[in-house]
Each structure stands twice: as C-alpha cells, then as structure tokens.
Design a protein around this ligand. Structure first.
Ligand SMILES: [Zn+2]
Ligand SMILES: [Zn+2]
Length: 370
C-alpha cells in the first residue's frame, strides 16, 4: 500500500489540468511496467491510458475508470506533498482515484480474471466534461468497449469509508450555455439608429430561470454571466451575451429545457431584430446507475465490512462518467472522505490516503461478484 500512497503524493505534487495530463499519464505508464498488463493503449482520446488484463477464459469486458486531471486552483494545504505547480491542484481527489486503479492493477498482475477482460481506464479531462467524450471518439475505443463500467468518487461530508449508493440517477446531467445576441452599435445620442440587445437580455434574465419549474423532476437554470456592449459612453451597445448552467436529474428534462431556452431566445431575438447564436460547453450526461448492478456493489461493500448507505436524492453536481451509462450498464458510487473535511475543489482539500485500500477492495470485490 505504501507504494500507492507514495504515488498519490507524487501525483498530488505535479497536477495537470484537463487535456494537458501528459506527464501524469507518463508516470502512470511507468508505474504499470512491473504489473505486466496484456495490452496498453496510450494517448487514448488525447492523454488517456488504458491497461487490459485478459482473463483465462473469454467472457465479458469490465471497465474501471479513474480521472487524470487536476484543477486550475491553488493547492493551499501545507503538506509534504503540496502541489509544486502554481495555480494548479489535485483538489477533486483524482490523484486518489488513480492510486486506487493502480492498486487494482497491482492485484490483477498476480491474479488474472477467470473470465473476460478487465480494462483499467485513466481518462483525461473529467472536469471539463471533454474526457469521456474524447475517449469514446477514439477509434481504438471499440477494442475496449465495455459490457459493464464502474467508477467511484470520493465524497467529503460523509463518514470516512462510507459507501454511498443509488439505483437510477446518481448525479445530474448539466451543460454550460451561452446565448449571444448581435444587433448594431450606434451613437449613444441616437440609440434608435442601432439595435441594442439590452432589453432582450433583461427579458431573458427574467424569464429563463422560471423554465425548470415545468420539468417532470428536478431541473435548474442558474445564470452565471452577462455581458453587454463595452465601457464606451458614447456608444449604444450592439452586442451582448448571457451565460447559464442548466442541470436536471433526467436526460429528457435536460434536453427539453435546452430546447425551450433556445426557442425563447430565438423568439425574443427575432422580435428585436437580433442575430441569436448558441454555444455549449462543459456538457455532462446524466449519470444513471444500472439497477441490476446495485446488488453487485452492495455485496462488494458488505463483504468488506461496510454497510452502504442509500442516497435518497441524486447529487446535483455532474460527472462525465454519465456518458458511460449511455454505452453499457454502469455504476458510479461514492466513498466518504470524512465529515469534517473541506469540500471538493476547495483549496485545502486533500484525498485521504486511508481510502486507497477501501477503493481497491471495493473494485476487487465488484470483480469477484459480477
Ligand atoms: Zn471535480
Ligand atoms: Zn472529480
């Protein structure tokens, strides 16, 4: 276990953000050399890595996924493994997730699966929602396309080692959306000669946050940024934009919400003679847990002496593991990181080393149960 803790500390010291994780991937690649995987896929979806352990007999393909990326946030916790990269930190615990999957590789090196293949995926760019998409868009994904996929996320606010589970939606789907409205500038003494999008933006700010109320389940539209013209007092604004994050617990609600927002923006834009454009970023699918896999994960937890807790409501945050639930039956569960520790993405968050062993045990248990 010490080698895994050491690895996590090294990863913590040298965090790399989404789509830049080449050194991290190199470190993982070197760490796996003694574990003799049967097949290695490098630069998967950019900087990703996948290690394949082939079973003694043919069978299903089971994928375990972790994330390579850190965050563009300063690591503020003074430890002997504090980040050495200014402005960047492993503050979502992905360093711990990587150590767990490395621990699984260490076990697989000595005990190949009886049936089927095990894929250990180190996915890039989870934080921006780009990574899962990029891995699946890689033509080599077909060679590792799983029959079942599993992942865990550490959860501050829950007792240390607590397994947190849910059947159905585990985490919300979400998307960042920007509406750009283009009219025409004019002299501020003659605003009538131009087309100023101010009123259109004001209407959208008033109306859009009401839309999620029509959804069948939980949905939310949060305004995050607005921009209009520039600080030129002689000029009536000719362009503006409004940015928001949309989220929902089911994919259909999210898709319908997006369409309604688009329709309203087009309607208002048209009535005011504005050009309307849309841009989407950080798109995360809803993470849906397969009900049939619930008992597999539950047994794995109980066999380790843990009493898993059922979360009554899905989490409002998103995980790009959600995309795997569109590919095959999949299951994402939580692993408590302590009740009194900082939240994810806080400057002082540091993945608890004690969780590495629990995570390895959980994944190993799942492999035995499935
Ligand atoms: Zn995160
Ligand atoms: Zn995360």
């Amino acid at each position: 276990m010490n080698n895994l803790i050491q690895l996590r500390h090294t990863l913590h010291q040298f965090p790399e953000i989404a789509l830049e994780e080449s050194q991290t991937a190199q470190r993982i690649l070197e760490f796996f050399v003694p574990f003799k995987p049967d097949q290695v896929f490098e630069k998967l979806g950019g900087t990703g890595l996948a290690f394949v352990y082939k079973g003694k007999k043919p069978g299903k393909r089971i994928l375990f996924r972790c994330e390579l990326d850190g965050l563009p946030i300063e690591d503020l916790k003074k430890t002997d493994h504090q980040s050495q990269i200014p402005g960047k930190g492993h503050l979502c615990g992905h360093d711990g997730h990587m150590a767990i999957i490395c621990g699984l590789g260490e076990k697989l090196a000595e005990n190949r699966p009886e049936n089927g293949d095990v894929i250990l995926l180190f996915q890039p760019a989870e934080e921006t929602g780009d990574g899962a998409k990029a891995v699946m868009a890689d033509p080599r994904f077909e060679q590792i396309r799983p029959d079942f996929a599993f992942a865990l996320h550490n959860l501050p606010g829950y007792p240390l080692h607590q397994i947190v589970m849910r059947s159905g939606t585990f985490a919300a789907g979400s998307t960042g959306m920007t509406i750009t409205l283009t009219g025409k500038t004019s002299h501020s003494a003659h605003p009538d000669a131009g087309i100023n999008p101010a009123q259109a933006i004001a209407k959208l700010i008033q109306e859009l946050p009401e839309f999620p109320k029509q959804a069948s389940g939980f949905a939310l539209l949060t305004l995050i940024h607005a921009e209009l013209g520039s600080l030129a007092f002689g000029t009536s604004a000719g362009k503006g934009s409004l940015s928001m994050t949309l989220r929902a617990f089911n994919q259909q609600d999210l898709d319908v919400l997006i369409e309604k927002v688009k329709a309203k923006a087009l309607e208002i834009g048209e009535s005011e003679h504005l050009k309307v454009e849309f841009n989407f970023v950080e798109q995360f699918a809803v993470s849906v847990n397969d009900p049939d896999l619930y008992s597999v994960v539950e047994k794995a937890a109980k066999n380790q002496g843990f009493n898993p807790t059922e979360k009554p409501e899905p989490f409002r945050w998103s995980e790009d593991f959600g995309l795997f639930s569109q590919v095959c039956p999949s299951f994402l569960f939580g692993l408590g990181a302590g009740e009194n520790c900082p939240q994810l993405h806080e400057g002082t968050y540091d993945f608890p080393d004690e969780l590495i062993e629990t995570g390895v045990g959980m994944f190993w248990g799942i492999l035995k149960e499935i």
